[in-house]
Design a binder for this molecule. Structure first.
Ligand code: AMP
Ligand code: MG
Length: 408
């Protein structure tokens, strides 16, 4: 059996990088930067006021009680040619450019206006409430480096520095299918002996979350010709993912069809669930043959396909974040494998995360995966993690806030 890390390294080393393209900032969420982003502008572009108040010379307000002559008004979006001289002030709004001569803003709350005069009620330090040009980002500064995956906050910063069309890596097209004679799509009546095809809808959602384009090849029957045709159609995409048919059964057609193919390897990975796994190429497409059981699909997608798809898009961070938590109960696992226990994480907000099993741990019990926040990863050679001991948890989502709306 292949250790997990070795299997993943082998997968990642086979992953090609796609081309690059420019996209509009509107379409950039989730995309990966293909080059460093150098700011073409200062942010803010000019020194401006952080407060509604009066722009003054700092030397005039070092003591409380000075009375200044108000010579003008400066709303945001306007500018003034007036120069603030000694004993003078300009009424200024938040975001308006600092007028010449002024270096300090006194908040309106600290003043008293009467006609064209303003009294400054407190002493104010020179430079107070002025946002300098380039105080956030300076022109020429590297704001992001290549390989960064864009979040809504990155989209905000790109717009603030004036980058309308970031240079990003292309997105792979991923064709996916379920295999199995027993499968019925959701929305159709279940016949005798049939079960729902849960892999394909889940896979599509996982793929969309990974930022790739998807091509649904449907449910493929356990028939070598039908499967061959579906795989060949899939090979027109960058990646093909199938589920089912990779273990030892008589009807494991994926294995029957691809076993002799020198470009596809059938692995036994030392993990639970998701021990059987096929990987290689079909034509020029990367191929992932995931097992059939839905939890195994999730685990092998998370451990192999997701990191590969992120790497293919140029991302530097391809693994989920992990936290250390205490087991809230005994976690009994097979010491011969790295075991992924579906767990709920409690106590994160208190700084004392603990994990408990989110439900049944058999590889067909999908419900526990939705109740879970991630996988407690019990390394090979461990066996039991006793209650109170620490365990590493790979978070595939963060728990919802416990502060629920109560008016529904
Ligand atoms: P297989 O490796 O094809 O024998 O599949 C292993 C188990 O997973 C069998 O019990 C299948 O019925 C089940 N299974 C396979 N594909 C799916 C699917 N798309 N959705 C739900 N269960 C599946
Ligand atoms: Mg099958």
């Amino acid at each position: 059996m292949k250790p997990l890390e070795e299997a993943r390294a082998e997968v990642l080393s086979a992953v090609p990088l796609l081309g690059r393209e420019r996209v509009s900032i509107r379409e950039s969420l989730g995309r990966v930067l293909a080059g460093d982003v150098i700011s073409p502008e200062d942010v803010p572009p000019f020194a401006n006021s952080a407060m509604d108040g009066f722009a003054v010379r700092g030397a005039d307000v070092t003591a409380a009680g000075s009375v200044l002559e108000v010579i003008g008004d400066l709303p945001a979006g306007s500018r003034s040619d007036l120069v603030v001289g000694p004993g003078e002030a300009i009424r200024i709004m938040t975001g308006a450019p600092m007028p010449a001569g002024a270096d300090t803003v006194v908040r309106v709350e600290e003043t008293l206006s009467e006609g064209s005069k303003v009294t400054i009620n407190t002493a104010v330090d020179v430079g107070t409430a002025v946002r300098p040009a380039g105080g956030d980002v300076t022109r020429g500064q590297t704001v992001f480096t290549a390989g960064t995956r864009l979040t809504p906050m990155h989209v905000g910063v790109l717009s603030t520095v004036g980058v309308a069309e970031p240079d990003v890596f292309a997105r792979p097209r991923v064709a996916f299918m379920s295999t199995g004679d027993e499968l019925t799509p959701v929305g159709e009546a279940l016949g005798p002996g049939a079960i729902r095809d849960s892999n394909r809808p889940m896979l599509r959602a996982l793929l969309e979350e990974t930022g790739v384009e998807t091509v649904d090849l449907g449910i493929v029957r356990d028939d070598p010709e039908a499967l061959r045709a579906a795989l060949d159609r899939g090979a027109e995409s960058d990646v093909v993912i199938s589920t089912g048919g990779v273990s030892m059964g008589d009807y494991d057609v994926t294995k029957l069809v691809l076993e002799g193919d020198t470009h596809v390897d059938f692995w036994q990975v030392a993990i639970q669930p998701a021990k059987p796994f096929a990987f290689g190429r079909i034509g020029s497409a990367l191929f992932f043959g995931l097992p059939g059981n839905p939890v195994s699909v999730l685990v092998s997608f998370e451990q192999f396909a997701r990191p590969a798809l992120l790497k293919m898009q140029g991302a530097r961070a391809v693994l989920r974040p992990r936290i250390v938590a205490r087991a809230g109960e005994n976690l009994d696992t097979d010491p011969g494998k790295t075991v992924f226990v579906r767990v709920r994480v409690d106590g994160l907000a208190d700084g004392e995360p603990t994990v408990v099993k989110a439900g049944g741990q058999a590889s067909n019990v999908l419900s526990a995966t939705a109740a879970a926040d991630g996988f407690a990863v019990v390394p090979r050679g461990t066996g039991t993690v006793a209650a109170g001991e620490e365990v590493s948890v790979e978070m595939y989502k963060w728990p919802e806030s416990r502060e629920w709306l109560d008016d529904r």
